[in-house]
Design a protein around this ligand. Structure first.
Ligand SMILES: Nc1nc2c(ncn2[C@@H]2O[C@H](COP(=O)(O)OP(=O)(O)OP(=O)(O)O)[C@@H](O)[C@H]2O)c(=O)[nH]1
Length: 380
């Protein structure tokens, strides 16, 4: 019994999710646009119900409002189909708020013309449409909708005053127009403020996203060479160790230290020294494999993370490629004859050991490389 209930409970959300996917799609942007159409459809449905009520209680004869009922019934399905087919994606404003507002105001103006004794009540809907558009339309669109609404309403009112002066009395229509124009202008002004506020928020959001991206780069990269910094490399080493513990590939690390770098600075100045560091970084990125990672470990010392170098693969082959390339590449554009060499301490990661133990071993190997003549790799 309990199991049966569990099954029912889990089936219901799945069924509802599929229905929601079918009606609203799985695309967040499209869902928002469709929700807006559905909200408008709800408003039109209420209007249809009011019309039915009016016919039932003989407020107006059915022939008079037939066309209006058809317009109300078709407007939302029309926009729903456009959005569901993805037609809206051709435009920047995917909600189609602007054309929807124009159509809605036209329908209300038509209702004003045909609703006879209760025509003044329809003015409320003009305000409602303007409020609806507030959250999606641009300042220009809000102004266009206001101008369009006032123009159409002025024409409808003038026409009805001439064709049905008993129900649409001149002075009253003038008052209606004045009140409507004041009310809509007020709402439109608010819309413009909301629109400007939205624009400002969007700009601030973009600026924040850019600043965050910049902060992330600064926090994880070395400013001079653009390489991964020590702090971030430690995190990457941790990730490789976790992956290895779960059956992932092993890896080797190498500490590389530029030989006699102090001489470069002392002889040619700090600027040339900086250039030499950049040359090392660029060559390391070019000569090592795309899976290898290079970090500036500090000063003139670099850490190379060399994954997937299980024997017989030789982690030193990329390092020797780098050594050969640096022997041919000017370390500085200001001193074309200057070349840099480096010493390397290389070691493989041993299962279960801590990062510090591995680095310490590589450091000892680096010292051995320096002690035994430099410009070489010592592997332990
Ligand atoms: N231009 C420049 N120099 C740096 C930077 N960071 C560290 N250095 C210099 O790198 C030099 C390192 O010198 P040492 O530690 O004596 O090493 P070395 O001269 O390379 O000698 P060995 O490593 O024994 O071959 C120092 O003079 C530091 O000032 C930097 O960002 N730019």
């Amino acid at each position: 019994m309990a199991a049966g209930n569990e099954l029912d409970a889990s089936a219901a959300p799945g069924w509802m999710q599929r229905l929601a996917s079918l009606i609203l799609t799985d695309d967040r942007k499209q869902r928002r646009a469709i929700m807006m159409v559905l909200a408008t459809a709800a408003m039109y449905t209420v209007c249809l119900a009011l019309l039915a009520f009016g016919v039932l209680y003989a407020v107006f004869p059915v022939e008079q409002i037939r066309v209006l009922a058809v317009l109300l019934a078709l407007a939302s399905p029309f926009f729903y189909v456009l959005i569901r087919c993805g037609f809206n994606l051709r435009f920047r404003q995917t909600t189609l708020a602007f054309p929807q507002a124009l159509v809605a105001q036209s329908v209300v103006a038509f209702a004003y013309a045909v609703c006879g004794p209760i025509h003044t009540a329809t003015i409320v809907f003009l305000a409602m449409v303007t409020v609806f558009g507030m959250f999606d339309m641009s300042t220009r669109q809000v102004r266009v909708v206001l101008f369009y609404t006032l123009s159409v309403m002025a024409m409808v009112m003038t026409w009805r005053v001439h064709t049905d002066p008993q129900v649409y009395q001149g002075p009253l229509e003038l008052m209606n127009f004045a009140m409507m124009a004041t009310c809509l202008s007020g709402i439109s002004m608010l819309s413009v403020l909301v629109s400007k506020m939205r624009k400002r928020l969007r700009t601030q959001k973009d600026e924040l996203a850019r600043a965050l991206a910049r902060i992330q780069i600064v926090a994880t990269h070395d400013e001079l060479t653009g390489l991964t910094n020590r702090h971030h490399m430690i995190a990457l080493l941790g990730e490789h160790i976790s992956r290895h513990a779960r059956g992932g590939p092993g890896f080797a690390v190498a500490l590389a230290d530029i030989d006699h770098f102090k001489n470069v600075n002392d002889t040619h100045g700090h600027r040339v020294g900086d250039e030499a560091l950049i040359t090392f970084a660029n060559q390391a990125c070019t000569q090592l494999r795309s899976v290898d990672l290079v970090a500036r470990w500090g000063g003139e010392e670099f850490l190379l993370l060399l994954p997937e170098t299980k024997p017989p693969g030789d982690p030193n082959s990329g390092i020797e490629r780098l050594r050969a390339a640096l022997a041919l590449t000017p370390a500085s554009s200001h001193v074309p004859a200057l070349r840099i060499a480096f010493s390397t301490g290389l070691t493989r990661y041993i299962d279960g050991e801590a990062i510090d133990d591995m680095i310490e071993r590589a450091d000892r190997a680096l010292y051995a490389a320096k002690d035994t003549g430099r410009n070489r790799t010592v592997a332990v």
